[in-house]
Write a new protein. Sequence first.
Length: 365
Amino acid sequence: MLRPCPWRTPMLLYDPDIAIRFSAYGFQIPDPGDRAARVICDLLEPGSQTTEPDTASTECHLDGARQSVLLEPASAEDLARVHTPEYLDVILSDDPSPALHVVYELFDEQGRPNRYDPAAATLPLTDLVDRARRHVAGTIRAVAIALDPANAGRFCYFLGGGMHHGMAGEGRGFCPFNDIVAALRAARAADTAKRFWIIDTDAHRGDGTAALCLEDPDTATLSIHMASGWPLDGPFCEADGRLHRARIPSTLDIPVAEGCDAFYLPALEKGLHTLESVTHANWNGAGPDAAIVVAGCDPYKHDELPSARPLQLTLEQLGQRDRLVHRFLAQRSIPQAWIMAGGYGSRAHEPVTQFLRYAASNGLI
Ligand SMILES: [Zn+2]
């Protein structure tokens, strides 16, 4: 008898054709491979990984899992809720290279290629934009599924998304768009939710999300991140004297200094309670209608992106992190949409697999 295959449920969104392989565009950035596919493969292989038992069905077939969802690119309307017309005119054009050169820092200040060999590219940059738009669509759908009253677990995990550095008028930090803010604004446009928490545990500060939500009274943002390094290694002020866009505050920022990994989990737990207190005060005792969790894997000690080295969390610590956030939200009956966010190198899928085993063991996917 076939056991139910959790990857056929819509609570785990997986599109086999949205991986952004840096090498295909000539980018010389540590490549996580097809991280979502590696997660699916690990979930389908009993005993191949860590913590929670009895989650993988040997009767599941990868081909079946690959039917999970095929995303259409996010519409121009979805993107226009976040990004300026001037930026969209460039990045959605037939030649998005001027925008993507900034997003991926492909040239240095002297105009020399930086981690970039265009001659090695096998796909055009328009292909990258198309895939990024489908990541935006996935996050929008994950939020919609988490909010669906028919979804008893009020949970959805999208194996993609997390482009938290995207600003209104520019992409940056490998983030051509900001799918997180696009998703919450899409939910508002559909009148399915108003108030949101964004809980960002990526190693890098969620500066784009913070900037986009600064004047949004119905969104509260928490970012726990490296205290130093990109994007916090630049000046404090822009050329015109305003606070640098990378430093525009979240509702709650929790910088973790290098060598202080032992304080990460206690700081996050305290931060979640602080987020709740602050928002209850601002929202007359109400909580959020939903939370978006930007569950970056680059705080992992085996992550290979040099700029993420200041955080060195173990797989067990990352498991504790993700379970802490999930339980905090579940105990308050807050619908939660999780997205994958940063993670670089050959082991970047491991924290995701670990958490999804936990999610499966709790009947969430
Ligand atoms: Zn990151």
